[in-house]
Design a protein around this ligand. Sequence first.
Ligand code: 13P
Length: 254
Amino acid sequence: MGRKFLVGGNWKCNGTIEEVKKIVTMLGEAEVPSEDFVEVVVSPPFVFLPIVKSLLRPDFHVAAQNCWVRKGGAFTGEVSAEMLVNLGIHWVILGHSERRALLNESNEFVGDKVAYALSVGLKVIACVGETLEQRESGSTVAVVSAQTKAIADIISSWENVVVAYEPVWAIGTGKVATPAQAQEVHFELRKWLKDNVGAEVAASTRIIYGGSVNGGNCKELAAQPDVDGFLVGGASLKPEFIDIIKSATVKKNA
Ligand SMILES: O=C(CO)COP(=O)(O)O
């Protein structure tokens, strides 16, 4: 199957140049498993992309947190996928729940963005996840399936897509999904891919978990068979991000 563990650090709308330099230095000094076992992608705010790209150790990668849905042009305030490629940025996070909720990004809009970003050669971390209300009403699988379908309907290859399952109720709340809860939804997402896209795509597509991941809970989550890595928010700004990267060894030794 060969799904390489992936750990993403979503810095969200945080940081100053000084803080960014500190984090990049901390990452640069860390001893982590080799690139053969874990892919590390950090995602600073747009304005810090060039400095992070220039200072970051070469075995770590950089992602933007969003990009415009089509080719650039008269779209004030937006950043195009072409600009990211031009800067040498190879990854973008799309469909984060904060954008879905606060900026009304629909499933279809996210699907369009994923398709456009892939078309210019970017790799995409596509986020899906249910709210607490949706979980409590028993619609978790329906919600994440619909979010995934809107992407599947419009893309022709999953090669450069990583799915991030991020339950909204677990984001920034300290209320992490239990390993069993994460595994259950990751399993269902993989099954959805198998039934609707194909067995090969289901077997090779990485499904990573996000929502209150920290140095203390990462190992148990990483041990779940369908958890292929993490998308980390708050803890990605702290030294414990290194411990989260190291949790990849759980798979290596499995
Ligand atoms: O939204 C997240 C990553 O994209 C998760 O955020 P926290 O790790 O801060 O809960």
